[in-house]
Design a protein around this ligand. Structure first.
Ligand code: GLV
Ligand code: MN
Ligand code: MN
Length: 408
């Protein structure tokens, strides 16, 4: 059996991160959307790495690249993350988990070491939801819970998910076949950068995840009356953008009042007819609300909706609120947490994930577990995102030790 050399794994991971990080729709920033030409290029690179490591490669109807190392039994350990990105992304969010899986599975495949279970490394393509107003299409398909209604959702250019799947050379008729049989999926595990500051503060390279926070996405549309910025008197305006501004501050206030239970963000705002000399008649914003507590999130959403209605009434605005995403808080399996703790050799830092992950979908199929890697300054969804080669090497080594100790 080959030795585990964390620094060699770290150096390889870093070079692979840079290769994937150069695959972008834009020259000056990293943008890789689901089922785009860049997704295709990244998927081909991932597939070639899997082949080099001795894994057999396939791709499902949602473009998930799967690298398989067979075991002596029918059960499989699934290891994955995503290769799509947010707009102006860092290089580590998603790709490092795929790379860690490839290097760890390759460790066994190169040594022709058959385990009692097979290993499938999964490179999902839709975790960030940066193309369609939905997310986790690829992992929900693997978990057998893909929402067929989402095929009609359109991207900003009007292309539907069904059309994008066809353009990518796949068929929606094959989506059901992407689902793993329940009696084959032993567990799903994912290595991911922390995207927060806890491990850095605790001076630890790695930590074991206890749960993934639940999320609600509200699409909020405000209908006012467009008008001339120079002529409509202030008291006669029905300014949809001014109403949106109040709603954004309301989200911030309610989240601050929750004393850490809930975080709420408005990071998307569309002014339909944007011009500096026009009172805005129609505005759309998306509120992203997250919490580790189901009840805290539900209470927040109820109060937020009530107070949004009051703002709209006071300003004589129409209001349409649609829930576009509802993901429950997902606990990580205690046995898998113990497996990662044993792989880290003692009493590791345990922490909850505020960020969403493919594991929330995969948890509908099988137990899930996650390992977090320290990232500099806790910065993520930002080109400054960084994890050191040393920490990445330790993560790959820990994943290998986890696999060695895993019992389906
Ligand atoms: C994905 O990164 C998310 O948490 O939104
Ligand atoms: Mn991610
Ligand atoms: Mn992300």
């Amino acid at each position: 059996m080959a030795d585990i050399d964390p620094s060699a794994f770290g150096a390889r991971a870093e070079s692979m991160i840079h290769i994937l990080g150069s695959v972008s729709a834009e020259p000056k920033r990293l943008v890789r959307r689901f089922l785009s030409p860049e997704h295709r290029r990244a998927a081909d690179i991932v597939a070639s790495w899997m082949q080099e490591e001795g894994l057999s490669v396939s791709e499902d109807a949602l473009g998930t690249v799967r690298g398989h190392w067979p075991g002596s039994g029918a059960m499989r350990l699934l290891i994955g993350s995503h290769i799509d990105t947010v707009v102006d992304a860092g290089m580590f969010d998603g790709p490092f988990g795929v790379i860690a899986g490839i290097l760890a599975a390759g460790h066994f495949a190169r040594a022709k070491n058959r385990l009692p279970f097979g290993i499938d490394v999964l490179a999902f393509g839709d975790e960030e939801g940066s193309r369609f107003p939905a997310t986790l299409a690829s992992s929900t398909a693997c978990a057998g819970i893909f929402n067929m209604a989402s095929l009609d959702l359109a991207d900003r250019d009007g292309e539907t998910l069904a059309q994008a799947i066809a353009h990518y050379g796949k068929s929606v008729a094959d989506i059901p076949a992407a689902a793993y049989p329940r009696d084959q999926a032993a567990a799903y595990v994912e290595v991911h950068i922390e995207q927060g500051p806890v491990l850095e503060h605790r001076n630890q390279p790695l930590g074991v995840v206890t749960s993934i926070a639940g999320q609600t996405y509200l699409n909020v549309e405000l209908f006012g009356e467009a008008g001339h910025a120079g002529t409509v008197p202030m008291l006669l305006r029905r300014d949809a953008l001014a109403g949106a501004a109040e709603i954004i501050l309301l989200a911030e206030k309610l989240a601050r009042d929750s004393k850490g239970d809930v975080v709420a963000t408005v990071g998307h705002l569309d002014i339909t007819a944007k011009a500096s000399n026009v009172v805005a008649g129609h505005v759309v914003l998306i509120a992203d609300i997250r919490s580790g507590s189901e009840s805290a999130r539900a209470q927040f959403v109820e109060r937020f909706k009530t107070e949004m209605r009051a703002i709209a009434e006071r300003r004589y605005l129409g209001l349409l609120v649609t829930t576009t995403r509802e993901v429950p808080t997902t606990p990580c399996d205690p046995r898998l947490q113990e497996g990662f703790a044993a792989a880290l050799g003692g009493q590791p830092v345990k922490l909850a994930s505020g960020a969403g992950h493919d594991g929330t979908a995969m948890a509908k199929l099988c137990p899930i577990g996650m390992l977090f890697v320290r990232c500099r300054g806790g910065i993520s969804h930002n080109p400054a995102e960084y994890a050191s080669p040393a920490d990445m090497g330790l993560a790959v080594a820990a994943l290998i030790r986890f696999i060695e100790g895993f019992k389906p």
